[in-house]
Design a protein around this ligand. Structure first.
Ligand SMILES: *Cc1c(COP(=O)(O)O)cnc(C)c1O
Length: 423
């Protein structure tokens, strides 16, 4: 479900023709639908209602301030993985009591910043990190609320790069070792043990792995209670899949129905950390066709958007639906000749799609790359010294640039040349 739709052969974001924004702002260009963001957030809130549940948006999926602020205004909590994300959340007025800090490699400075901000909890990923948090908290004269991230050894059946809860992944602590770490929490004066955390991967499209992971987590929570180590929060992480093609995603209601009974009764507060589910389908990347090229049987469509703008196809082999912004055939895959849709970057791995059948387009045509709201602009780079694209947010008939296109000055900010004697 999203608010990108064709009307009379022309793609609209909510009430605004995509062509209008693209011709004013140029391409490549990201466009976000505010209504879609809010829609997904509301579905999750219905499936996981407060006060027994708390939705914490995982900012790393899309950290544009307007996105964070839209969710803040809707009452969402936040999951952050850096001081930069923490500061952005605070900037838009996020309540520290609704912020959690994740990540395997937090520095001492990040830990200090998190503790000083008074956030709800830090997710601990190793025994050594626990000791570091205890030290910093004591030096600050505080107790840091923590959850211990478990590695529940559950296979979420997703891409290996976005699997995080199997034994061979770097994330979390296997349950047998976690018992020792959890007992240690009770002995450290700088630590207040609040919860157990799991996050098993991303783009997960079945409920089974969640049920398994939450069952294992709750079994451990019960065990700990018997040892007089009460657990207040169960954090089941994020990873809820979205439709990149059609019909693969779970609904928020499906996930809620499967998981709620496990954690019901108000004995624990259940946290979820969705990123992709909220923003993934709320964004598109608009690119412009530059050249058509044929070599033997192989056809290419070269566009002005490449792997520096959207790296997911190159990095994970991800599928993004791509379709002309203006077309007589807004639906269907059709019997068009297949082409690789590629960017301008000097890498053979620079493609948006391989062997894709789309209606024939001329140079100058705009193409929409769908489901580009999550891990898309957030992973954009300046490779090949290309400025990053602008981001636009649409709300009904209104739209606004919420991040300007970078300029040459932005590209060279902080750089200097080497002149003899200047060191
Ligand atoms: C990235 C991440 C998430 C969000 O994952 P999505 O697949 O975008 O929902 C949640 N929790 C943690 C700990 C993460 O690292």
């Amino acid at each position: 479900m999203d608010f990108f739709n064709y009307r009379n052969g022309e793609l609209y974001c909510e009430e605004v023709p995509v062509r209008e924004i693209a011709s004013r702002e140029g391409t490549p260009l990201y466009i976000y639908s505010r209504r879609t963001l809010l829609h997904h957030h509301e579905r999750l809130r219905e499936a996981f209602p407060e006060p027994d549940f708390l939705v914490c948006y995982s900012i790393k999926a899309n950290s544009n301030l307007a996105v964070i602020q839209t969710l803040q205004d809707a009452g969402c909590g936040f999951d952050v993985v850096s001081v930069g994300e923490l500061k952005k959340a605070r900037m838009v007025g996020a309540d520290p009591e609704k912020i959690i800090f994740s990540g395997v490699g937090k520095t001492e400075e990040e830990i200090r910043h998190a503790i000083r901000s008074g956030i709800l909890m830090i997710n601990i990923e190793s025994d050594e990190e626990l000791i570091a948090v205890d030290h910093v908290a004591r030096a600050e004269g505080k107790r840091a609320g923590v959850a211990v991230r478990l590695n529940p050894d559950v296979d979420p059946s997703t891409h290996e790069y976005i699997t995080t809860g199997k034994e061979e992944n770097k994330f979390g602590i296997p349950i047998p070792e976690a018992r020792e770490v959890l007992r240690k929490c009770a002995r450290l004066p700088g630590i207040q043990l609040l919860g157990l955390h799991v996050h098993i991967g991303s783009q997960i499209t079945t409920v089974d792995p969640y049920v398994k992971a939450v069952e294992r987590t709750i079994a451990l929570a019960k065990e700990l209670e018997e040892e007089d180590l009460p657990i207040r929060y169960i954090n089941m992480g994020g990873g809820f899949g979205i439709d990149y093609r059609r019909g693969e995603a779970l609904s928020a209601a499906d996930i809620g129905e499967a998981v709620r009974p496990l954690a019901s009764g108000g004995r624990w507060k259940l946290l979820i950390e969705p990123g992709r589910f909220i923003v993934g389908n709320a964004g598109i990347l608009v690119v412009q066709a530059l050249y058509r090229k044929q070599m033997g049987k192989k056809r290419f469509l070269v566009t002005d958007g490449g792997m520096n703008d959207l790296i997911r196809p190159s990095l994970y082999g991800s599928y993004h639906r791509i379709w002309p912004v203006v077309t007589d055939e807004p639906e269907g895959e059709g019997s068009f000749p297949a082409a690789d849709i590629v960017g301008p970057i000097c890498e053979s791995g620079d493609f948006l799609a391989k062997d894709r059948k789309i209606p024939p387009v001329e140079a100058g045509a705009y193409l929409a790359v769908f489901s580009a709201g999550a891990y898309s602009f957030a992973m954009a780079s300046n490779y090949n010294s290309r400025p990053r694209p602008p981001e636009v947010m649409v709300d009904g008939k209104d739209w606004k640039v919420v991040r300007k296109r970078e300029t040459f000055e932005d590209l060279i900010r902080g750089e200097s040349t080497w002149e003899s004697g200047s060191a």
